[in-house]
Design a protein around this ligand. Sequence first.
Ligand code: GLV
Ligand code: GLV
Length: 326
Amino acid sequence: QRPAILISRRIFPEVVARLRAHFEVQTNEADAVWSRDELIARLQGKAGVFVPTAEPIDAALLAACPDLRAVCSMAVGYNNIDVAACQAHGVMVTHAPDVLTETTADFGFALLLAAARRVGEAERLLRRGEWTKWSVDFMAGADVHGATLGILGMGRIGQAIARRGALGFGMKVIYHNRSRLPEATEAALGGAERVELDALLQRSDHLMIVVPYSAATHHVIGAAELARMKRGAVLVNIARGGVVDDAALAMALRSGHVGAAGLDVFEGEPAVHPALLDLPNTVLTPHIASASEPTRRAMADLAADNLIGLLATGQGAKTPVPEMRG
Ligand code: GLV
Ligand code: GLV
């Protein structure tokens, strides 16, 4: 008898069809956001769950779903999944690295350019009919090319952003990361330099946050860190809400100490801190950094490959989370 799986949000029909060739599949065609109890009820008897977004998979859910053996996420970040609890319950966890790296890095640059060059602010002004005449410093922003780009979190996405900055925009790249990149990689990024967090804050003209969320990175950019940044610097967060203290950021943006921010992720999203919404110098997007059509399909395909490998063909997972790599 074929294993049963749950796909907890609407995904591409082609991917559902691939999964139906191997599994009894329960879907969520209405794309409803299920409560934890609804999710637990639907997981009864399921060996696997395809997790399209940030559904919390924690110890209590695992205890209530004893048949579960595989949790396959189509995101790269997996802070919504308690990996240690999954290990304790013998549940395999996979995520979706690599396939979204370049698309997400593109979007980081889109936010950086938009925030530094005041694209959102200028566009809103034009749409309000307030573009009446030329003036010398009208909508004058900060330059991106040639500036110092600081990157917090130098994983795959951080490196893809560094490549764009160094090779495309002639930027000096500095980064803070637990481990240092190989020297050859640093050299290929125009001499990217690993620095301590404090130096990153003090030296960056533009700061790009790409570090995964965890207890250790909660509010790693708070009021004290924002105060250490260069006056007028631009901050971009494409990592996770909670890495940056949004209330502190709003205050730093209001005072002008931080010049502008490009934010794709928020504490408590889809709610957004009201102070951020009121500020002209913010570019705010609804967690779409990986949302190109081909990349979203590749992410869904990779999650499906992982489910099929783990529960149908016995070939195993393509992309287990790092904690579960053998
Ligand atoms: C998106 O935020 C992801 O982690 O893939
Ligand atoms: C994040 O985990 C990355 O791929 O940079």
